[in-house]
Design a protein around this ligand. Structure first.
Ligand code: SAM
Ligand code: SF4
Length: 472
């Protein structure tokens, strides 16, 4: 390829968010029940949707079509993911940051925040506290400023979390949500054995992006937008996208997110493993967080989750404790497949047992502890899962999709969910949760076909006899 061809190719890749196209696609869209019913019928084939279909669905407002949208999302969710819900906890290791994101309490200019950057012993203590509650997966989070400016602080922290296992309590998967890296750094991150690399574009709308990211490296829209390209080029094949809803029109953001997904699929043959849907929450020292410029109503938020569920059916949707318990529980039927529980957003808050407010990133909507969340999930008939099998068996990226798309992955996920849930019930649950959970496991087993029941029962027997970390 000539030099000018290479540069043209690079520019093309860097500008894959086409705002004009999105505006055209949203122009003059209104609810059309015939079109909506045709799209929703097609969505049941589990092949995802094109952007123009997504644009059409954003216009739904009548109660009957909304109900049909939610019903379709529930069908897609339960066909692909069954009634499983994967649980994790965020682990904030530092709230130092050199950026000026107007919505975040960690922004450099916020003098009201207590700053803290955890050392190795403190990180170990946090990891052990979470492991002793029963967590197996964590999401490691930091602001964008590392001690001595050295990104290896994060790599060390990941190692410390994996090594923190004590008396059978261990963290088995560390996902990360950290600022964009260059390719060498992404290679380091891959070597540290991360699960998913998550990064939210916050807003895909350039003008809005510029207005809320006032200083620091994060003000470079393209550096952030192209981060997943660099991650994939560096061998990381498990990535998570996200939008911070409330900064710009959610319809625009959904279509832009779809453009991002298409770009990754076309160029790397891999879509995102997860999409996160945070809504802007009040944060210390942030005016914009108190009155989001494009606040997303609860009804629109439900629509966002349902549309995403059917548009990108094989991508997990993550819901954090930013939302209230009621919204979180509603979201399970709309398509959410992973949730955090018992979260703290202030570095050191798990080990100290202190509340978040002094050094936390934003206000939490759900303050229940892990056991309470699990009890509520069980009450709704969903199966809490702490499974980490795919990542540890190398079933990631294209390999994962090869299993997921024909529906094969369920033969692994269902028994793995039950075995990790039983582990939780035997080792960590309160007596009431244990009784309810064991009953749920028996009910779920009874619904499996003979082969599935046989496989899962054998794994559960191993857990009952004292073995741990049993997966397939
Ligand atoms: N500092 C890194 C970055 O910005 O990419 C990674 C960690 S940052 C703490 C994680 C995410 O928190 C951000 O991507 C943003 O979407 C979210 N966040 C920041 N302020 C928020 C707020 N007030 N409400 C809800 N989410 C917020
Ligand atoms: Fe720093 Fe991330 Fe918060 Fe921005 S969102 S201020 S980069 S921690």
């Amino acid at each position: 390829m000539t030099l000018s061809g290479a540069i043209a190719g690079k520019l093309q890749r860097m500008t894959f968010i086409d705002e004009n196209k999105i505006h055209d696609e949203l122009l003059n869209i209104s609810e059309d029940s015939g079109v909506v019913m045709e799209i929703l019928a097609r969505a049941r084939e589990l092949k995802g949707l094109a952007r123009k279909d997504v644009a059409r669905l954003t216009a739904i407002h009548s109660p009957e079509l909304l109900e049909l949208l939610y019903e379709t999302a529930r069908y897609v969710k339960e066909t692909i993911y069954g009634r499983r819900l994967v649980l994790f906890a965020p682990l904030y290791i530092s709230n130092l940051c050199s950026n000026e994101c107007t919505y975040c309490a960690f922004r450099a200019g916020n003098t009201g925040l207590e700053r803290r950057c955890l050392g190795r012993d403190e990180i170990r203590r946090e990891a052990r506290t979470l492991a002793e509650q029963g967590h197996k997966r964590i999401l490691l989070v930091t602001g964008e400023s590392y001690p001595s400016g050295d990104f290896r602080y994060v790599v060390d922290a990941i190692g410390t979390v994996y090594e923190a296992a004590r008396a059978g309590h261990e963290i088995r998967r560390v996902n990360v949500n950290i600022a964009p890296l260059d390719t060498d750094q992404f290679r380091e991150l891959k070597k540290a054995k991360i699960g998913t690399y998550q990064l939210f574009q916050e807003t895909y709308h350039r003008e809005t992006y510029a207005s809320v990211h006032r200083a620091g490296k994060k003000s470079d829209y393209l550096w952030r937008l192209t981060a997943m390209d660099r991650a994939l080029e560096s061998g990381i094949d498990d990535i998570g996208l996200g939008v911070l809803f409330g900064l710009h029109d959610w319809r625009f953001e959904l279509l832009a997110l779809m453009q991002h997904v298409e770009h990754l699929e076309q160029n790397f043959g891999i879509g995102p493993h997860t999409v996160s849907v945070p809504r802007l929450e009040p944060a210390l020292g942030s005016e914009i967080s108190l009155s989001p410029p494009d606040r997303v109503s609860d009804e629109d938020f439900r629509k966002i989750m349902a549309i995403l569920r059917i548009a990108i059916p094989y991508t997990g949707i993550i819901m954090s404790t930013r939302e209230s318990p009621v919204m979180r529980m509603e979201s399970f039927a709309l398509g959410v497949s992973q949730i955090s529980a018992g979260s703290r957003t202030s570095p050191g808050a798990y080990g100290s047992g202190e509340d978040d407010e002094g050094g936390g990133q934003f206000s939490l909507g759900d303050h229940r502890d892990l056991d309470e969340v699990i009890a509520d999930i069980v009450r709704l008939g969903y199966i809490p899962s702490f499974c980490t099998a795919c990542y540890r068996l190398g079933r990631t990226g294209a390999d994962f999709m090869d299993l997921a798309k024909p529906g094969e992955i369920r033969h692994h996920c269902d028994p793995n969910a039950l075995s990790t849930f039983l582990e939780y019930l035997l080792d960590y649950a309160s007596p009431d949760t244990k009784i309810a959970g064991v009953k749920l496991i028996n009910d779920i087993l009874a619904g499996f076909d003979a082969q599935g029941r046989h496989r899962a029962s054998a794994m559960l027997e191993q857990i009952r006899s004292g073995r741990r970390d049993v997966f397939c």
